[in-house]
Write a protein that binds this ligand. Structure first.
Ligand code: F6R
Length: 601
């Protein structure tokens, strides 16, 4: 977790560091800090709270400098206090370090360093790094000392470090993302590209066990052992405007509203004559596969369930696993295709599951949004969902892009494995897929979600039900709702309601009932069972579905293919969550206790 940034240039870079931290806040936002070198020593400013608070204290202290590092934190070791905020310094104040990841051997290292007289001032695992750096500086020049310090560490890290009086930032990576931004007169280093995208789109991705020394006029990349590495830069295709709010109050609102654009990008050029046309996977790519396992977390897990159901419909054995539950007991062989679905490409649980699958002999594929992410590099192949940067912590447009990308991939796999498609009439699906962006726009135009949010504000709990392909939408609806409103919300398979959850149902628990048009009348009956116990029913359906005769309120969606109706229902549920959270004054883009990229297991 956490976001790191560094900037190396001749003129003052404090605003660039702070701007970068604001763009990284989706990675953590419980404390923040910067350190800069200005020829008169290292100046460190840090505090608990969000980057806004840091900005005020930086403004008051008027620190400046061309070379600097910064950090925004999501606490793992030690609560979010001023002392635990990064950068951390050594005993002399001559070394400053920011770190994303977890140092597994920090307890042993701390004991060793404390025994030698080094004084610690925080509870963090990170603080061992500046002290190790300080210790090695006694015998080595800065670059060699940095390498030695990094060699002492076990665990995961992306590190940026500075030494007083040295015009350089030292960087290292293992298991946590780190990317260099290159422009004519300055360099950046960050956990993710949006941190500096407004200044440059030219990037170089660090690999594991690589070290960088970034100076104002050159960058040297090498292995941890000191062997020099030549790597060309690449240009990222994201538009800097995509990393701003674009006039919306929240990133989440913008990202919901822009789904017609991200969906169009996701499918662009990937559908031939009503069949998959994936450059990454030409026909026959999956001929050696006989079963599929999809691993993912959170919202990505819900998209994974959608993909697995399509594969099953086509007769391909497919299972989904919450990545944190995928262990060695799961049978895997060389006919298994393991697909990791992760928008960030950095989720530790998902990476660990993919690792396990690969070690057991599975072929691996990543479905991700982030080019250059760890999953894209570690999997045998990668398919990008092309949703553009998503900054709001709650996943919205990446869910819909994952679903459509998985739909096309599921067809490619089933055609190769079983000579089938997930649909009796693939043309009907692809026609609807082409119209999906327009249909999303028409859902956005309905503008009813805000009123429904008002009607049920103050309820005791919020339940979401669906069956078949509406089930992943129901559990996604509940996750989104609890994540940003902090209200109690649960998603259930509609038929399961009567096996326990009905005990929770009261007139104070609206039941949002998602129907796609593909199910029999059972879901309507399930809704009626809840209504009989007093629960208000909100139908999420087309206008003429039988559920609307039963429902107390309606979130309408246009007529489409039943396998895409859930995506339209999901847009209504995203808006419902958004408006409810807005009415409750929640921190919509940065909900409490969460971070977008969860890089710890
Ligand atoms: C929900 C949400 C999280 C993520 C989960 C996996 O809105 O954002 O549940 O979906 O942490 O993240 P990725 O997709 O990056 O692996």
């Amino acid at each position: 977790m956490c976001g790191i940034i560094a900037r190396v240039g001749a003129d003052d870079g404090v605003d660039r560091l702070l701007g970068g931290l604001e763009r990284l806040e989706y990675r953590g936002y419980d404390s923040a800090g910067i350190a800069v070198e200005n020829g008169a020593g290292l100046a460190v400013q840090k505090c608990s709270g969000q980057v806004n608070e840091l900005k005020e204290s930086v403004h008051d202290s008027q620190i400046y400098g061309g070379i600097g590092i910064g950090h925004t934190r999501w606490s793992t070791h030690g609560p979010p206090t001023d002392d635990n905020a990064h950068p951390h310094t050594d005993s002399t104040g001559e070394v400053a370090v920011v770190h994303n990841g977890v140092i597994d051997n920090h307890t042993e290292l701390r004991e060793e360093l404390e025994a030698e007289g080094y004084e610690f001032t925080s509870d963090t695992d990170t603080e061992v790094i500046p002290h190790l750096f300080e210790r090695h500086l006694e015998d080595h020049p800065p670059e060699a000392a940095f390498r030695e310090a990094v060699r002492d560490l076990d665990g995961s890290y992306a590190i940026a470090a500075m030494v007083e009086g040295v015009d350089a930032v030292f960087a290292a990576r293992r298991g946590s993302p780190l990317v260099l931004g290159v422009s004519d007169d300055e360099y950046f280093l960050a956990s993710d590209v949006p941190a500096f995208l407004e200044h440059t789109d030219e990037v170089v991705y660090f690999e594991d066990d690589e070290v960088g020394v970034i100076q104002p006029d050159e960058v040297e990349l090498s292995t941890l052992d000191g062997q020099s590495i030549e790597r060309s830069s690449e240009i990222v295709s994201w538009d800097p405007e995509e990393t701003g709010k674009g006039g919306y109050d929240h990133f989440m609102r913008k990202e919901i509203e822009n789904q017609h654009v991200s969906l169009a990008n996701s499918i662009q050029g990937r559908v031939g004559d009503r069949e998959p046309d994936l450059d990454e996977f030409p026909p026959g790519s999956f001929e050696d596969i006989d079963s599929v396992q999809i691993v993912a977390c959170g919202t990505s897990f819900h998209a994974a369930k959608y993909g697995a159901q399509l594969l099953n419909k086509a007769g391909v054995p497919a299972q989904t696993f919450r990545a944190s539950e995928y262990d060695d007991s799961v049978p895997v062989d060389d006919g298994t295709l393991a697909i990791a679905v992760t928008q960030s490409g950095e989720t530790a649980d998902t990476l660990a599951a993919l690792d396990r699958a690969s070690a057991a002999g599975a072929r691996t594929t990543a479905v991700t949004n982030v080019v250059g992410s760890t999953v894209a590099r570690e999997a045998d192949d990668a398919l990008f969902i092309r949703a553009g940067p998503e900054i709001g912590v709650a996943a919205t447009k990446t869910f819909s892009s994952q679903v459509v990308t998985l739909s096309v991939l599921a067809h490619r796999i089933s055609a190769d494995v079983a000579g089938t498609a997930p649909w009796d009439d693939p043309a009907a699906f692809y026609d609807a897929l082409e119209r999906l962006p327009d249909h999303v726009e028409s859902v956005l135009d309905t503008e009813v979600a805000a009123d429904v949010a008002d009607d049920y504000l103050g309820s005791d709990a919020f339940f979401f039900i669906g069956r078949g392909l509406a089930y992943p939408v129901a559990i996604e609806g509940a996750l989104k709702f609890k994540e940003i409103t902090y209200e109690h919300a649960e998603g259930f398979a509609a038929g399961e309601l009567k096996h326990g959850p009905l005990a929770l149902v009261t007139p104070q628990t609206p039941v949002f009932t998602v129907v796609t048009g593909d199910e029999d009348d059972s879901t309507v009956i399930n809704a009626e069972e809840a209504q009989t116990r007093g629960a208000p029913i909100v139908a999420v359906s087309t206008d003429d579905h039988a559920i609307t005769d039963v429902a107390d309120a309606h979130l309408p969606i246009p007529e489409t293919h039943p396998d895409l109706a859930g995506l339209l229902a999901n847009v209504q549920l995203q808006l419902l969550s958004y408006h409810t959270a807005d009415r409750l004054g929640r921190a919509i883009d940065k909900p409490r206790n969460l971070a977008k990229s969860v890089t710890v297991e």
